[in-house]
Design a protein around this ligand. Structure first.
Ligand code: ZN
Ligand code: FE
Length: 259
């Protein structure tokens, strides 16, 4: 059984540390800074860092790669479609990789960046997803490189994963995301209840992750562009009717950018 530990970095990043206690092997995801990882490994010398997974090229996800490579004998896996120094293996959509006794599927999820990838483990009992800056708890990444159409398609793909899938994303943005979600759907009680829970967690300085595909389907406006209330909110914000999931998604994403 794997364990997930969030190492905080910078203002609001999490570097996920995935542990296999049986083999005493570890993997990390998107190490924007090597220091929290090296510090953890220093305190747990029984663990070997074997794998580093990278979802996209942004500095807050890659800044620690060179130091980790020099300090450990890890293998670094990341997207072929982006320029990232130090990758040992470049991954494409549809590839699978083996880490810590599990098989992960690689999904191309363009939108936030053009080559962004996600990693999915379809463990029948406990499926999990590493979503980087594509799917956040209550929100999604900004469109820095891709189009609304690409991001919408990427999120549709993630939305189709099993409800029980645990989702580990790379930032603590949940509270701001849910405040926006509440503005989009003021009558959605799932959003209201979740926002209260998240307010309490944040007031106590606690993490709001992981989330799940089931919870995101009920509360994340970016997975709900086919819901009439969300379509209506997008139209009200645009001042004209919107038709179709992509147009609704684009209107909601643009609204969030100025929220
Ligand atoms: Zn990013
Ligand atoms: Fe980021």
């Amino acid at each position: 059984m794997l364990e997930f530990l969030a190492l905080p970095a910078f203002q609001d990043n999490y570097i996920w540390l995935i542990l296999d206690p049986q083999r005493q092997e570890a993997a990390v995801v998107d190490p924007g800074d090597a220091v929290p990882v090296i510090t953890w490994l220093g305190r747990h010398p029984e663990y070997q860092l074997r794998h580093v997974l990278v979802t996209h090229h942004h500095r807050d996800h890659t800044g620690g790669l060179a130091t980790l490579k020099a300090a450990t004998d890890c293998r670094i896996w990341g997207p072929k479609a982006e320029t990232i120094a130090g990758l040992d293996r470049q991954l494409n959509d549809g590839d699978s990789i083996s880490i810590l006794g599990q098989t992960l599927q690689v999904y191309a999820v363009p939108g936030h960046t053009l080559g962004h990838i996600a990693f999915y483990c379809d463990d029948p009992e406990e499926p999990w997803l590493l979503s980087g800056d594509t799917l956040f708890a209550g929100g999604c990444g900004r469109l820095f490189e891709g189009t609304a159409e690409q991001m919408h398609a990427s999120l549709e793909r993630l939305r189709a994963l099993p409800d029980a899938t645990s989702v580990y994303c790379a930032h603590e943005y949940t509270q701001a995301n849910l405040r926006f979600a509440h503005a989009v759907e003021p009558d959605n009680s799932d959003i209201r209840v979740r926002l209260e829970v998240v307010d309490d967690l944040r007031a106590a300085g606690r993490i709001t992750l992981p989330t799940s595909i089931a919870l995101e389907k009920r509360t994340n406006p970016f997975l709900r562009s086919d819901v009439p209330a969300v379509v209506a909110a997008a139209a009200a914000q645009q001042g004209e009717p919107v038709s179709g999931g992509v147009a609704t998604f684009a209107a909601i994403r643009a609204w969030k950018d100025r929220f």
